[in-house]
Every structure is written in structure tokens, then in C-alpha cells.
Design a protein around this ligand. Structure first.
Ligand code: HEC
Length: 148
């Protein structure tokens, strides 16, 4: 029973923390020399986890009608951060990251809850836009960040 539970936990965490929804990435021959370590997310994946965590907190706060004041300070590092696999970044990555940054600025600048909700939803849109190009796996989870 415990073993089964452990196995399930591993399977779930593996599927949560990966771009791919298929087995593709593990079954195809890797051209890069990078070898994945389960407990060691890439620099970019680490930034993403913080952004996702912050998005959840901001959503919870705004749904209570409270303006969110926290911020992640490593945003522009996104552009230089090393991804899990090289193909996860391409020429279109940087413009997406810059658009994301602009949306992020609007959240910081918001002075009313309604205004921050709009800015938050815009930001989620730019998360999804970049993910559509580079990392489809987490999209359904990201969409849960939208505030209706
Ligand atoms: C400029 C492109 C871009 C933007 C904008 C972006 N992402 Fe990502 N995201 C990526 C890429 C590429 C990866 C894969 C990173 C890796 O595995 O190294 C990723 C990975 C993730 C992951 C999986 C991390 C893990 O543990 O493996 C989550 C969750 C995530 N992003 C959420 C978000 C959220 C939430 C936002 C918006 C607040 C966002 N992303 C904005 C490109 C982007």
C-alpha cells in the first residue's frame, strides 16, 4: 500500500514538472549531453516554479479582494536562464519574455483590485503564449490561474 502510494507520488510529480505530456522526451535518443536529475530542476524551471507559486498566491489574494504586493525579482534572468533541454528556448523566446515582463510591470503598478485582476489575467495570457511555443505540458495548470 505504502509502496503503491510512493510510486503514484513519483509518477504524479514527474508528470507535473515536465514540458512533455508524452513519453517522447525519455524514449528518444538525446543529442545533448545534459542528463536530467529529478531533484535538480534547471535554472529556468526553478524560475517558472516560483512564478507559478506566486501566481497562485496572487490569485488567492485577489479573490479575497486584497491587492497583492509581493514580487519575484529574478524575472529578467529568464532570458539568460538555462532550460532543461536546449530546444525549450528559440529565437522567439526573448520577445515572449519581454512581453511577459511588461505584463508583470502592470501588476506592480496596479492600485485597485479590479485593475490588478485585469493585469493578472493579462499576465497569464502571456504565460500561455510563450508556453504554446516552447513548453505545452503545463498549459492546463497555468490556465487555472485565470481569475473569472
Ligand atoms: C518566455 C517564455 C515563458 C514564459 C513567459 C513563461 N514560461 Fe513557464 N516555461 C517556459 C519554458 C521554456 C519552460 C521549460 C523550462 C525547463 O524545463 O527548463 C517552462 C516551464 C514552466 C513550468 C514547469 C516547471 C518545472 O518545474 O518543470 C511551469 C509550472 C511554468 N513554466 C509556469 C509558468 C507560469 C505560471 C508563467 C506565467 C506567470 C510562465 N510559466 C511564463 C517558458 C515560459
Amino acid at each position: 500500500m505504502l509502496n503503491k502510494l510512493f510510486f503514484l507520488t513519483v509518477v504524479i510529480s514527474v508528470s507535473l514538472y515536465s514540458c512533455d505530456t508524452t513519453e517522447e522526451s525519455t524514449s528518444t535518443v538525446k543529442k545533448s549531453t545534459w542528463s536530467p536529475k529529478m531533484d535538480e530542476p534547471s535554472e529556468l524551471a526553478q524560475i517558472m516554479r516560483e512564478l507559478h507559486e506566486e501566481g497562485l498566491q496572487r490569485k488567492a489574494s485577489l479573490e479575497k479582494g486584497v491587492l497583492y504586493t509581493g514580487s519575484v525579482d529574478n524575472l529578467l534572468k529568464m532570458v539568460a536562464a538555462t532550460p532543461t533541454e536546449p530546444h525549450m528556448k528559440g529565437p522567439a523566446f526573448e520577445p515572449h519574455a519581454l512581453a511577459f515582463n511588461a505584463s508583470y510591470g502592470a501588476i506592480q503598478a496596479a492600485t485597485a483590485v479590479k485593475e490588478q485582476i485585469d493585469a493578472h489575467n493579462n499576465l497569464v495570457k502571456s504565460c500561455v503564449a510563450c508556453h504554446t511555443n516552447f513548453c505545452q505540458g503545463p498549459i492546463s495548470r497555468i490556465e487555472l490561474l485565470y481569475i473569472n
